[in-house]
Every structure is written in structure tokens, then in C-alpha cells.
Design a protein around this ligand. Structure first.
Ligand code: GLN
Length: 378
């Protein structure tokens, strides 16, 4: 059959996780924790299931969960989002981003993305018939060059997709970056999709520079986040979108025919679980320990670790070991060291190879210890 995405294979995260399983390699590739949320979350979901909460949710999401998100956004960022008209529960952040692109961009529209970029953005843009425009984030700090962004903007620019804390680099924007973005959009018909799924995973005392903290930016932004990342339940595929009423209305126009509504008992369980704010406020400290443990154990290896300011990903150079392209090196590392990682070239539309690999450290101490032992011996 004629393909709408003829050059697109299976997403790298599925491919590497499968190969890791086949080879019995330790999996530091796809970003998911190998530990779970507290039992209270599962008890809450089970309680709702047994209570009969198993039918369709309202299209926009369970009121209790939208209210919990609204309260969180106010408490953490001082941002006001009306649960009725400004918050929508989604089937994960990937669906949220895809639906947002579909709702807002069409043929002839230009959509700016920063590369390296999470691999779902580009296919979404192409399927909408829109034109991707790429702005490169340069190693080793991967912060945006705002002059380059200014040059990328044209009268056809419809959308800019941003992501902080950033997957795969662990770079985090400052409020000043968000203000620069707002200034560039000023007076133009540009909307922003702000992927903030790692919002609670910030290190070394940094505060997350959410787009919602800059009012001029918030007015044109669909902010996307994820319960899966925050509560260690990536497999539940539940996320949310916060946006002003007019943008939310456009988003829901598509969302209702995309997934209609998200599974009910998980939404209700998450709403109960969120009542204890420490469950998301302590996440940064929790992962900072893992980052520091991973970095300390890797100190004796030949990998050169880059800075990591947020997320549960760590980039590394391997040029002391090999001059192969990153995709080839990842395969060899998996076979010979028994550790699976992600090549950063997979986050570039043209396969640009910065010779960097990504480790995920959202893993138990035992798995990190075992993997680092292998990596240090390699
Ligand atoms: N966000 C995860 C990662 O970067 C993967 C999510 C997915 O596989 N779609 O590894």
C-alpha cells in the first residue's frame, strides 16, 4: 500500500527495548522506571474499579483529576487554569502532542522544532501536511540560540514545539529563555506546544521554567505533561494539556475523535493520589540521587558524561572507545557489554550523528550498579 510515512521505521524505543530483551541486555534505553508508584495508587485505582467506575469518562477527562491538575498548577507555578475550559486529560503526552499538532497546523503551515527532538514530533507534523523547520541545539549545552530561532521564523510559522526539561539532553530552559520565546512570538500568529513531561525532574535546586510562568507565552501555549513520568506508571498512558479556552476548544475538537476519552479508573486513582503533593514535589530529589549514583559509578569508565540538569536521561560521549557512528556503537555496546542505550542520531531528522548515546537512569540501584560495572569494564 502507498505509505504516508514511507521512510519511517519502527520507533527507536521499541526497536532497542526489543533487541535488549532478545539479547538479555540490561536496558538503560527506553525511558521508563523499573520501579513502581506507592501501593496507595494501585489501591485507589482498584477501589474505583470495584466501585463501578468503569464506563466512559467525560470527553475532557474526570472532573476530579482536572481539579487536581488545576490545584497543582496554581500551587507549583502560580498559574490559573480553569478545569472546565482549560484542562484536558489525554492518553499520554505523545497523544496530546499529536492531537495538538493535528488541531493547530495544516498544509503550508511551518512548525519549528528543536533538534535533537523527541521522535514523535516530526511524523505528527508531516501527517498534518505541515512543513517542519529545524533549529539545531548544539552540544555540549543544547541551549537554544535565539538568533537562530528568530531566523527560522517566517510569516508562515504557525507552531513552535518546545521541550524543557529536554529529552534526550537533560538541558533545562530558564525563565529568560521562555521570555525570549515570548518576545519572538509577540505580534505574530504563532502558537506553542510546550512538552513539559519531565517538569518535576529538575536537579541542583533549579526551578522548572514552565511556559505557564510567563503570561504572554501562556496565552499562546498548549502545555503538555504526563502522569506516567511523574508517578512511575508510563504504561498507563495518562497525561494532560493546559491551555487557554480558545486553544483548549480547538484541541478538544480533535481529541474527541482521536481517543474520545481516557480510561476512567486510572484517572480517578491518580486524582486521589495527587492529594499528597510530596508525591510529585519530591521527584527531583529522588532522581537526583539516581543521577549522582550513576555518574559516580561511571567515573571510572571511558565514557565522558555531559551535564544533566533535569530529566532521567544522561548523555555520554564515547570517542575514547570508538569512532563508529552512534547507531553502530549502540548495537556493539548492547552485544559486547550487554547494556542497551539510545543513539542520539535517532532524534535528528537527517540522522545527524554527534556521536552521543543516551542512558536512562530511572532504574533500581541494583540495575544501575550492574550496568555501570559492565560499562566501566568496557
Ligand atoms: N519518552 C521515552 C523515551 O524517550 C519513550 C516513550 C516512547 O517510547 N514512546 O525513552
Amino acid at each position: 500500500v502507498p505509505s504516508k510515512l514511507p521512510d519511517v521505521g519502527t520507533t527507536i524505543f521499541t526497536v532497542i527495548s526489543r533487541e535488549a530483551a532478545e539479547l538479555g541486555a540490561l536496558n538503560l534505553s527506553q525511558g521508563f522506571p523499573d520501579f513502581t508508584a506507592g501501593p496507595e495508587l494501585f489501591d485507589a485505582v482498584a477501589r474505583h474499579m470495584h466501585a463501578g467506575d468503569n464506563q466512559y469518562s467525560p470527553m475532557a477527562g474526570q472532573p476530579a483529576l482536572r481539579a487536581a491538575v488545576s490545584a497543582k498548577m496554581a500551587a507549583v507555578y502560580g498559574a490559573q487554569y480553569d478545569p472546565e475550559t482549560e484542562i484536558t486529560i489525554t492518553a499520554g503526552a505523545t497523544q496530546a502532542v499529536y492531537t495538538a499538532i493535528t488541531a493547530l497546523a495544516g498544509p503550508g503551515d511551518e512548525v519549528i522544532i528543536f533538534e535533537p527532538a523527541f521522535d514523535s514530533y516530526l511524523p505528527g507534523i508531516r501527517l498534518a501536511g505541515a512543513i517542519p523547520v529545524f533549529v539545531r541545539l548544539e552540544a555540549p549545552h543544547f541551549m537554544p540560540d535565539w538568533n537562530a530561532v528568530a531566523r527560522a521564523i517566517t510569516p508562515r510559522t504557525r507552531l513552535i514545539i518546545t521541550n524543557t526539561p529536554h529529552n534526550p539532553t537533560g538541558a533545562t530552559w530558564s525563565l529568560d529563555d521562555q521570555r525570549r520565546l515570548a518576545a519572538l512570538c509577540d505580534g505574530r500568529d504563532i502558537l506553542v506546544i510546550s512538552d513539559e513531561v519531565y517538569e518535576h525532574i529538575m536537579f541542583d535546586g533549579r526551578e522548572h521554567a514552565s511556559a505557564c510562568r510567563v503570561p504572554e507565552l501562556a496565552a499562546r501555549t498548549l502545555l503538555v505533561s504526563s502522569f506516567g513520568k511523574t508517578f512511575h506508571v508510563t504504561g498507563w498512558k495518562v497525561g494532560f494539556v493546559c491551555a487557554p479556552p480558545s486553544l483548549t476548544a480547538e484541541f478538544r475538537r480533535v481529541h474527541q475523535f482521536n481517543v474520545f476519552a481516557v480510561n476512567t479508573p486510572c484517572q480517578l486513582g491518580l486524582a486521589d493520589y495527587m492529594a499528597d503533593a510530596s508525591r510529585y514535589l519530591d521527584l527531583g530529589a529522588f532522581y537526583q540521587k539516581k543521577r549522582d549514583d550513576f555518574r559516580a559509578r561511571m567515573a571510572g569508565s571511558r565514557f565522558e558524561l555531559l551535564d544533566c540538569a533535569g530529566t532521567y536521561f544522561q548523555l555520554a560521549r564515547y570517542d575514547a572507545i570508538s569512532d563508529e557512528p552512534d547507531a553502530a556503537f549502540v548495537r556493539r555496546l548492547m552485544r559486547e557489554a550487554g547494556v542497551a542505550t539510545i543513539p542520539v542520531s535517532a532524534f535528528h531528522h537527517d540522522g545527524f550523528d554527534a556521536k552521543l548515546i543516551r542512558f536512562c537512569f530511572a532504574k533500581s540501584e541494583a540495575l544501575i550498579a550492574q550496568a555501570c560495572e559492565r560499562l566501566c569494564a568496557y
